[in-house]
Design a protein around this ligand. Structure first.
Ligand code: PAF
Length: 299
């Protein structure tokens, strides 16, 4: 595995495979790899000839009071793990390279996709997604991959990025891959590193709440409100007060009252100790769907 730190080095490393028409896969990350990241690398390895992983803790997607400085980092360990997954190129740019002096451009997906859930001013706010879309546009332009891999734990992010590549004609396939969970259901996240053992135990209520919502739908609930209430009950019993639990159309994040056979995304954000955690489940209320169809339906 080659580690590159500059854009000229990156371009030079990709020139030959690009010329010979090899399929290039990009896994954009902020590092501190866990099984979720590794599963994206494995998918890229399966589907592409050349696998590039970018490691960049992007400052512009963190709000003023957020955990940019505390964000866990371990470049050495990340490089070892990426190597074990057969990654070809690990690209680790610096902040100065990505945002050189005078940087003045932003890529913004407007409207409801970025204004709800994480994008609400009370949550991470609209600047968060502007930071994500701007940096991902830059990563895509620098690597020019055929496919780019993202986790469905950030389902809203995947939808926003799909919108961006559709709207701006980025010639890339967005691959949104299943959330990877601990055995008890906790979604893997680099931010789980902030949890004390006691908080770790409480945090599992987030995925348990989502499973309760899924069960409610399987048992015939017809309103999104019923799904939200099922999840809230589990969270509150565990002493976890969420920032939000919302059930919205999985296609465009619009509000819907009745399920009516449409795919619904139930999304949660909750602070547990110092960690702000997000998770979601996609519910397709068709009776013939198996209960784990949440991971199979397209975003
Ligand atoms: O999902 C993430 O880790 C980040 O938002 C991403 C896509 C790497 C952009 O910084």
């Amino acid at each position: 595995m080659k580690i590159v730190r500059s854009k000229p080095e990156l371009r030079e490393s990709l020139a030959a495979p690009r010329r010979s028409g090899r399929r290039i896969g990009l896994v954009p990350t902020m590092g501190y790899f866990h099984e979720g990241h590794l599963s994206l690398m494995r998918a890229a390895r399966r589907e592409c000839d050349v696998v590039v992983v970018s490691l960049f803790v992007n400052p512009t997607q963190f709000g003023p009071g957020e955990d940019l400085d505390a964000y866990p980092r371990d470049e050495q360990r990340d490089a070892e793990l990426a190597q074990l997954e057969g990654v070809d190129l690990l690209w680790i740019p610096t902040v100065d390279q990505m945002y050189s002096e005078g940087f003045a451009t932003a890529v913004e997906v407007a409207g409801d996709l970025t204004g709800v859930l994480e994008g609400e001013p009370d949550h991470r706010g609209p600047d968060h997604f502007r930071g994500v879309t701007t940096v991902v546009a830059k990563l895509l332009n620098s690597v020019q991959p055929d496919a780019a891999y993202f986790g469905r734990k950030d389902a809203q992010q995947a939808l926003v990025l799909q919108r961006m590549v559709d709207d701006l004609d980025f010639p890339v396939e967005i691959r949104a891959m299943p959330t990877i969970r601990e055995e008890d259901g906790l979604a893997l996240s680099s931010r789980n590193a902030y949890l004390s053992p006691d908080e770790r135990e409480r945090a599992v209520a987030i995925s348990r709440g989502l499973r309760a919502a899924e069960r409610a739908a399987a048992e015939g609930a017809t309103s999104t409100q019923a799904l939200v209430e099922a999840a809230l009950k589990v969270l509150r019993q565990a002493g976890v007060e969420p920032e939000y639990v919302e059930a919205r159309s999985a296609d465009d994040l619009s509000t819907i009252a009745e399920l009516n056979g449409r795919p619904v995304l139930v999304a949660v954000a909750a602070r547990v100790g110092k960690a702000r955690l997000i998770d979601n489940v996609l519910i397709t209320p068709a009776p013939e769907e198996p209960s784990d169809s949440s991971q199979e339906a397209p975003l």
